[in-house]
Design a protein around this ligand. Sequence first.
Ligand code: SF4
Length: 961
Amino acid sequence: MFKLFSNAPVHDPIKQQVSTTEIKKTTCYMCACRCGIRAHLRDGELVYIDGNPEHPLNQGVICAKGASGIMKQKSPARITQPLLRKAGSNRGDGEFEPISWDRVFEILTKRLSHIRATDPKKFALFTGRDQMQALTGLFARQFGTPNYAAHGGFCSVNMAAGMIYTIGGSFWEFGGPDLERAKLFVMIGTAEDHHSNPMKIALSKFKRAGGRFISINPVRTGYSAIADEWIPIKPGTDGALFMALMHELIRLEKYDAPFLKRFSNSSQLVCMDDGAEEGLFLYDPDSDPINQDLPHNKYIWDEKTQSAQPCFKQGTSPVLLGEYTMGPGLHQGKKVVPAFELLKRQVSETTPEWAAAITSISAERIRKLALEIADTAFGQEFELPIAWTDSWGEKHDSVTGRPVAFHAMRGLSAHSNGFQTTRGLAVLMSLLGTIDRPGGFRHKAPYPRQVPPNAKPPSSENDIKPNTPLAKPPLGWPTQPEDLALDSQGNPLRIDKAYSWEHPLAAHGLMHNVITNAVKGDPYSIDTLMIFMANMSWNSTMNTMEVREHLNAKNADGEFKIPFLVVCDAFQSEMVDFADLVLPDTTYLERHDVMSMLDRPISEFDGPVDSVRIPVLEPLGECKPFQEVLIELASRLKFPAFTTPEGERKFKDYPDFITRFQTAPDSGIGFLTGWRGKDGEKPLKGEPNPNQWQKYAENNCVHQYHMPPEHQYMRNWNKGYLDFSKENALRQKNDPIMIAIYSDILQRFRLAATGKCPGAQPPEHLKARIYKYFDPLPFWYPPLEDEATDLTKFTLNAITQRPMAMYHSWDSQNAWLRQIHSHNYLYVNTATALQHGIADGAWMWIESQWGKVKCMARHSEAVDPGTVWTWNAIGKAESAWSLSDNADESKKGFLLNHLIAEELTLGGFTVSNSDPITGQAGWYDVRVRLAPAGDDESQETWPQVKAYEVPGMSLKKEVNK
Ligand code: SF4
């Protein structure tokens, strides 16, 4: 009978629900911020995700991406089984046959064990936006290959290295603005970006408390939308602004002289004599170096005795300015100056007028900004009654607050002048005395670290031997030319040429050059390239179309130039089509994971914090976490760290590895800091605890350690904190971490280029480059691309930003988030657009000297007239990510990468389009011009590229139509 005529109610509101509901806590990974989340399941099915109110990072806040994780889980683009490219098919055609995991491990074990036994550097492992570099790096080191890096080289290595080589810490995970106590917040080169929810929470409190927020950015979006003032700036010129601000602060004598004298190398004496010591600090043989790697036994000029004295000697009165002659002793007669004097000379010409012509900010506005910063730092100074003792044993009753906080990210970093720009910001913050002080920049554990940390990359062929772990970690922090990764002929040891004379301080590698270098055989060919979670044939590469051709390039004998390509990803991206072997990864909801103190934890200002992911769902199909793949391979290849003395497998699986691995036998230091010790009673350090995962599960997947207030500030020089950090292996030493206003490390490379000192020298064609860019003091220079561009033809800057609602290409397949962005526009200032005859919403061309793209225009007042911009990674290849053939993403959305060159020819030789110091990709340096599309042109984006569905993508495709 029809229900209409039945006695039974259509819905019985008082009937007991028969379904079971469950809430499981884990950590979000819809972006890299790592908020705590609660996954709500009904009868085992995920029905809802919200923020975990008990999590210290996001305190219950969740963003659009985080809440949409459920649709990532239901994505029809999931790869569900291992795949092997069909023999004879071309890469990129997506022709695969499903295989078993047993077969996968057979293939990889055979291939990799042969490479490891013959020439380990023929295996390259490069990973994208993962957060387990402690494991992937360990795998590469145990394998014995130097060819390893994560995505930092094309993301933010300039930010990391520029800050770490200056103050021993950096923004985001490792430090940030103390908005609780700041009065003025200056955000520069940051869009809706890293540290998203915590930054939003902090900004809303800051604004409610009356704080003033200035955003300096070519574009006013994201956080900048709520700024009290927006100062548009021309991309790539932030360094010039910092130089002018420093000029003004020094001219007006508005800098923290006592802070600089005691806590930085500002008063230390630099040798000015021509020769092998030129520009280097002089060392006192009678003083204790304290740290053999980076000795402290330098001199200052003492005002009282008018003589050079050991820099840490009590009772002296160091000067910051002047020029002096060394008295009797080892250095008698040498001309010396305090480092600060050199900084003063460096900024003497960088006036606001000079910067105005470069930045497009008026000189008057720069002057006003300098005064506002100084007045806030010094006029609103305050003391917190927190007693602490410095590294020299002096007791202080309080810590001084200077309430000016800065925050910066890829807008500074992703330029070929980004390292020196970031150094400029770090030195500016130091002049104001805002380093690890209330209201300014504050570190997060494990930072601060030595300037720079003491790990060094492999520096000779002898560090790379068959069937042997690398003698040194694949990535490190060079301090002298002898640390470079060069063979005995001076050729790069690494496939990406990181740590070569082209990019000596490439602390995160140059993932963006790996494919091109390998195909060219420059510096050599490799056998197997394993890529994890990086879309290297699309939005993660410059010069996209040519890189796609490279991936398919063959030798005369018909063999691929990169013989074997392994791709591990959870989704069918543009890159998956090119793989020889596809490893189906899990989503973040299906795996164990750690945000480790050995890697990139989620620490707070007041102490170390780490966290975990615990699976809330079973893996789909035959998906396997990449972590498990690595543990399995490491065990089968019998890496020493993964094998018992009897030659047996040491770890059952990834969770077992995380529980029992220690950095050294019985060190008590492992991946996780929570509930260590046999009974889980020890924080930070202790024996492995078999119940450690359980304790994390019971405690919101997070372990937080609160340090006492006396350890929370001035940590570079805080004796109590430094002892604590050494005791708990956050650092190896407990000597003070002096701020490097002047970098003698950079000067060592510069000196090598002059030939005035013994030791390694750059090749002839790179000498002028090294000399120019390795200035020991911050300076501004135009991005390298300007040199290679006719600026009269290509007058505009073009940049991209990551949208608030999507994390790179990860969310293109997310049915909910696609409703926010299914395609992107090129945002053009209205006046600029009208000058070019381009109507709002019209089809248009954007062209650089390297290529052109057809896209749609959007007029905007929230962009500087000299800049155009778009969201990154919205545009897709046709059918990629399981989108339908006519999806907006491939027909209206576009990729700006087609306009960006991977290499530049400068001075007659070809180099990577990257920072000459760190190798950071110069994403935001490209110059463009605009033109309206013709009425007769098709209304779809160009170029068009096709991707292919792979076997096993069996879930309902309708979800994303
Ligand atoms: S900010 Fe990132 S980690 Fe936090 S909820 Fe949003 S997507 Fe997840």
